[in-house]
Design a protein around this ligand. Sequence first.
Ligand code: ZN
Length: 506
Amino acid sequence: MEKPSAQLAKVKSETLGLTHLALRVHTDTEYDLRDSLITLASPESVDRTMVSAAQIEETIREISLLHKAGLYLKELSYPGLTSLEVWAEWAHQLDPGKRRTAVMASPGSSTANPHWQTLLSSKWEYTGERIVQWETPIPPNEGHEMLAKMSTTFPEATMYHAGQSYLGKDIWAMDLMPEISQTHWSHMKASAFKPTVIYSARQHANEVSSTSHVLRHAELILTDPKQRSKLNKVNVVIHPFTNPDGAQIAYDLHQITPDYILHAGYLGSLGRDATSGGDADHPIYPESKVRGELWETWLPDIFLNPHGYPSHQVVQLFSEYTGLVRQGRVTERNWGFNKGWFMPGFSFIDSPDFPRHKDAAFLIRDHITSKINSNRDVFDLNQRMYARYRRYGADHDPDVFRLPMTDSVLIQMPLKGSNGSSSGSRGYNPRVTIWSGTTEAPDETAYGPYMELVAKAGLSWDEAILDYLYQGNHQIERSGSKFFGGVSLRMKRPRPPKSPINENDQ
Ligand SMILES: [Zn+2]
């Protein structure tokens, strides 16, 4: 069946969200012809291929009954919606005469999504103390409570439910933008007017520092006036736990054996990567959908995915010790060796179809290296680690232990840019997302002063990317045309900006 499409939405002034929504579902027939069709093909084939308007009508009726019985409350349910109409149409054109309409009353009244306010003790009050600690790894409940503290204190912070993990942990995200007083606004418009960056942390959850620096980054944006002013030009989205089940077990193990690498927390709860299946409609891991949904909601200019290391290839869940092999390549054994803070696979696009992307990527790289090197202790850690890596690795086995440096920072670059054409998948569509970055910090498993050091490196990277977007000369191009009885207005923001730097910010 084709995906349903939204055809009609009603809003009410002073009321949040939609009040009424009509979805169109294209069907093959009006009546259910299953009984006659199974004489032509197998029942499985009929069920897989043919859908009738009568079936859609009946399905909607049954989902309503399930809702009334308190079951499947999140399916076909949107907060605030007072009625949902489904048009099951068997003609190719929208045609009220060739449609059966199924109506669900109050589909939004029973929404089972939790409210973030419940994460916060009613007695909590902000008194200016630091919200995000860098002492221990941050487990999901603590990290989400930090989001709630920021959301309840600062009008620029808006926290929302973004999904759930396989083991039922809620997943939250937070938007940072100047306060919006209107009840209705559009992400698309917000992203057309201003560049947007998504920080999506902790995919591999024993790589603990990403949650710590991404949350601290949010706190500093909200509390430091110099950082706060960047929200006037950039939308920021914070997603601190891509893999909350892994983050929980990594934290539980941290309390017993804090100096182990805690590799059980690396993957999702079934021993596969927590993002596995994210492109499927109904993946086994519900958490795998969250990144794609944030991307589709915001259409960000930049999508960031900070990581850590070094235990990847050493321990494989349920397979004991697998030695120095990863993805079938022995050269991957360099991952087990500390090489400081670095960026793996810094990719860029070099194509006439995307004439400004390459320069933008190299400008971003300049921002990153200068910010990373601006912390004396991070710089010293890196040079010490790089020197050791060179002495025991690169000097002896350069095929495995390479050390390509840019401005004293290890950044692994491809020999040439890609043409951008194979980049159609989520997060990497170059017409939308001009650059996407991953980092590696030696943070398995960091706590105490060492956490402070590796999280500081990550924070510098977070800030470098925000600065790049903030300093860009983003201009909206407006055009319009007339058609019979109306006009169309078009607003477009070139990505990356046509002239890279805003002179006023220099
Ligand atoms: Zn990782």
